[in-house]
Design a protein around this ligand. Structure first.
Ligand code: GLA
Length: 399
C-alpha cells in the first residue's frame, strides 16, 4: 500500500464518517490538510516523556523532577526516546507577585524553575510545565493564564521551559477557540520553541486544535483501570483523520505501572496508544518501577510504531463482538496490526489483508513486537490465539 493509495481514500472516509461497526472500516486515512499552522516545528512524531499527575497528583517538587529525570537516563528510557519531564498542576503559589508574574511554591521549588530546567537540560532532557486557560487551574491551587498569556509565555521561555500543557478549568464559559489561540500566539512570541499540549476535550477540539497546538486531548482524565483505558481508546479513535506530523490526538497519559491493571492489560494499553500515535507520556514512578513495567515502556519495536515517520494514526478496522483488529500504515509500505481480545475468554482473532489495506495477494513477513519473533512469507491473513484482555502486535513487511 503506498501513500497515494491512502490519500485517494481520504475524502471517501471523511464523507462516510468514521464509525465503528461489526463491518470493517474500509481503510485508513490521512488528513487532507497536512499544513502545520503552529509554526514551532515540534512534534513531528508524538511526544514522549513523563508527567507526575497520574501517580503523584498535586505532590510535585523539584526533588521528584530531578530524581525522575535522573531515572529516565539511568534506566535507559531516555535512550529509547523519552525526553520530556513534565510537571503538572500545583507547582505555583496561588498569588502572582506584585508585577503579575507566576511564582513557584518556595517550599517545593527552593532552587527555582530556571535552575531546574538547567538541571534537566544538562542531562540531555527537556522540561515541561502546566498552566490553565482560565482564572485558576483545575486544583484551584494556582492561578491560570487567562489575561496573562503573553506574560506567562515569556516567563516560561525565560526559565527554559520546553513544553506547556494548557488546561481548561475555570474558564467562565469563554469558548476554547478564543482562549487557546491566544496562548499559541504568546508561545510563538516568547522567543523559544515550546511544545503546545492542549488539555481540552469538550467542543470537539480535533476539529480546530490541529491548527493551534501540537496535541489536544480527546478524552476526560484516564483512570488506572480497564474500562477507562478501553473507552478512552475508542473515544480517541473517532478523531484519527485529524492526526498528522506536528499535531496529535491525545487520549491522556499512560497508566502503565500504576498497579490498577494486569500486565496483559498494560501491554494492550501501550500497544494501542503506540498504534494510535498517542503521546507516550509515562505516568508511573519510574524511580521504582518493576521489571515488567520497564519491559513494556521500553519496548523499542512498539515505540518505533508510534514514532514512525509517516505519522498516520492507526485505527480500529474490524470488530467482532469483543474481538478487534486495529491497524495503520507505516513508512516504506509496512503495516502495523494489533489483534486485541477485549473479551473474557481466550479466542482466535484474524486480520485479513483486505481489512488492513494490503492487496490480497501480497506476501509479508510478520514481526511479533512482543515475542520478538518473525513469521516468514505469510499470505492473505494473520491469525493468533489471544488470551483475555491481551493483544498481539505485528509489523507486516511486504516482500
Ligand atoms: C485536569 C487534567 C489532568 C490534570 C489535572 C490537574 O483534570 O485533565 O490531566 O492536569 O487537571 O489538576
Amino acid at each position: 500500500m503506498n501513500l497515494k493509495f491512502v490519500l485517494c481514500f481520504t475524502s471517501l472516509l471523511l464523507s462516510i464518517g468514521i464509525t465503528t461497526t461489526d463491518a470493517a472500516r474500509t481503510t485508513f486515512t490521512i488528513t487532507n490538510d497536512r499544513r502545520i499552522l503552529l509554526g514551532n516545528g515540534l512534534g513531528r512524531t508524538p511526544q514522549m516523556g513523563w508527567n507526575n499527575y497520574n501517580h503523584f497528583g498535586c505532590n510535585v517538587d523539584e526533588k521528584l523532577i530531578m530524581e525522575t529525570a535522573d531515572a529516565m537516563v539511568s534506566t535507559g528510557l531516555a535512550a529509547v526516546g523519552y525526553e520530556y519531564v513534565n510537571m503538572d498542576d500545583c507547582w505555583a503559589e496561588l498569588d502572582r507577585d506584585s508585577e503579575g508574574n507566576l511564582v513557584p511554591k518556595a517550599k517545593a521549588f527552593p532552587s527555582g524553575i530556571k535552575a531546574l530546567a538547567d538541571y534537566v537540560h544538562n542531562i540531555g532532557l527537556k522540561l515541561g510545565i502546566y498552566v490553565d486557560a482560565g482564572t485558576v487551574t483545575c486544583s484551584k491551587e494556582m492561578p491560570g493564564s487567562l489575561g496573562h498569556e503573553e506574560q506567562d509565555a515569556k516567563t516560561f521561555a525565560s526559565w527554559g521551559i520546553d513544553y506547556l500543557k494548557y488546561d481548561n478549568c475555570n474558564s467562565h464559559g469563554l469558548i476554547p477557540q478564543n482562549r487557546y489561540p491566544k496562548m499559541e500566539i504568546a508561545l510563538q512570541n516568547s522567543g523559544r520553541p515550546i511544545f503546545y499540549s492542549i488539555c481540552q476535550w469538550q467542543n470537539d477540539p480535533a476539529t480546530w486544535a490541529h491548527k493551534v497546538g501540537n496535541s489536544w486531548r480527546t478524552t476526560d482524565d484516564i483512570k488506572d483501570n480497564w474500562d477507562s483505558m478501553t473507552s478512552g481508546a475508542d473515544e480517541n479513535d473517532i478523531w484519527a483523520a485529524y492526526a498528522k506530523p506536528g499535531a496529535w490526538n491525545d487520549p491522556d497519559m499512560l497508566e502503565v505501572g500504576n498497579g490498577g491493571m494486569t500486565t496483559e492489560e498494560y501491554r494492550s494499553h501501550f500497544s494501542i496508544w503506540a498504534l494510535a500515535k498517542a503521546p507516550l507520556l509515562i505516568g508511573c514512578d519510574i524511580r521504582s518501577m518493576s521489571n515488567e513495567t520497564y519491559e513494556i515502556l521500553s519496548n523499542k519495536e512498539v515505540i518505533d510504531i508510534n514514532q514512525d515517520t509517516l505519522g498516520v494514526q492507526g485505527i480500529k478496522v474490524r470488530k467482532n463482538g469483543d474481538l478487534e483488529v486495529w491497524a495503520g500504515p507505516l513508512a516504506d509500505d509496512k503495516v502495523a496490526v494489533i489483534l486485541w481480545n477485549r473479551g473474557n475468554s481466550t479466542s482466535q482473532i484474524t486480520a485479513n489483508w483486505t481489512d488492513i489495506g494490503l492487496n490480497s495477494t501480497t506476501i509479508v513477513d510478520a514481526r511479533d513486537l512482543w515475542a520478538h519473533t518473525t513469521q516468514k512469507s505469510i499470505k492473505g491473513h494473520i491469525s493468533a490465539t489471544v488470551i483475555s484482555h491481551a493483544c498481539k502486535m505485528y509489523v507486516l513487511t511486504p516482500q
